[in-house]
Design a protein around this ligand. Structure first.
Ligand code: ARG
Length: 265
């Protein structure tokens, strides 16, 4: 079971958010999925507008992330190799088009992988940047109050299972899936550390390879974006009955804060 999970994670490790939606047959107006199995055919999600999610970051190892502070990116533990000094990662921010010449590109100086991370649960990490990025940050949920409803996901990952990485940022909306339902889909789920989202009955919308590390977020009671999840894993992408699994940010809020303090703010 552990190996199975690790295998799944590894095969998805270079993924991108596959903001998959039902693929429609080109030139037709009927919204029928082309392949009932195994999952989404085509695209999903829609392009994000420039500036819509200004906290979104693309990381050079092929993951997403979000600005936790102006010089610290919150991403997934499985996107990094471990903790310590690290100048090998480039963060690209401020653009939806990764080829936009106005993109802000900043190198990493240090990585903090979640203490105790061993491939199951605890899938979070912080990346300290060499310079601050002048963009709004994304606050994280400190309680489970927002672990419900509809969530927004975004990323430059695959737009369909097995597909390529995207040049333009895609976004999609995925509904919360309760722990019991998700556990029935994935026996390896760690309910206290992970939360799930997706369309159990139809599939068709999900994150995917390359979206890992990116945020899952929603509006809070003050109408501000708040991060509730980190893209972690799933079986395939957008398959019916196989929701996306996300790191439960509220569970680790105190650890993330302490980690950021350790990285100097
Ligand atoms: N592990 C993948 C990555 O590294 C993310 C996979 C998400 N899969 C899903 N079905 N939601 O990019």
């Amino acid at each position: 079971m552990r190996n199975h999970l690790k295998h799944l994670k590894r095969t998805t490790a270079l993924g991108a958010v596959a903001l998959a939606a039902f693929s429609l047959t080109p030139g037709t107006a009927t919204a029928l999925p082309r392949d009932p199995e195994p999952g989404p055919t085509v695209v999903g999600g829609t392009p994000a507008a420039q500036g819509e999610f200004p906290f979104m970051v693309r990381l050079s190892m092929g993951c997403g992330g979000a600005l936790y502070t102006n010089d610290i990116v919150l991403t997934a533990a499985h996107c990094v190799d471990g903790s310590g000094p690290n100048t090998s990662i480039t963060a690209t921010a401020g653009v939806v088009d990764l080829q936009d010449s106005s993109a802000t590109k900043v190198k990493s100086t240090e990585v903090l992988q979640a203490p105790g991370y061993n491939g199951t649960g605890k899938d979070w990490a912080l990346i300290k940047l060499a310079q601050p990025i002048d963009q709004p940050t994304l606050k994280i949920a400190e309680t489970d109050a927002y672990n419900n409803g509809d969530f927004t996901v975004a990323g430059w990952g695959a737009a369909k299972e097995g597909g390529g990485q995207q040049r333009y940022l895609l976004k999609a909306t995925v509904p919360y899936v309760d722990d019991a339902t998700c556990k029935s889909a994935y026996s390896e789920l760690v309910p206290g550390e992970e939360l799930c989202a997706g369309k159990m009955d139809t599939g068709g919308v999900d994150t995917c390879q390359g979206d890992s590390g990116g945020p899952m977020f929603r509006k809070d009671d003050n109408d501000q974006w708040i991060q509730v999840g980190i893209v972690s894993w799933g079986e395939g992408c957008a398959r019916p009955g196989k929701p996306g699994v996300y790191t439960e940010v509220s569970t680790f809020a105190k650890d993330i804060k302490a980690g950021a303090d350790q990285l100097g703010g």
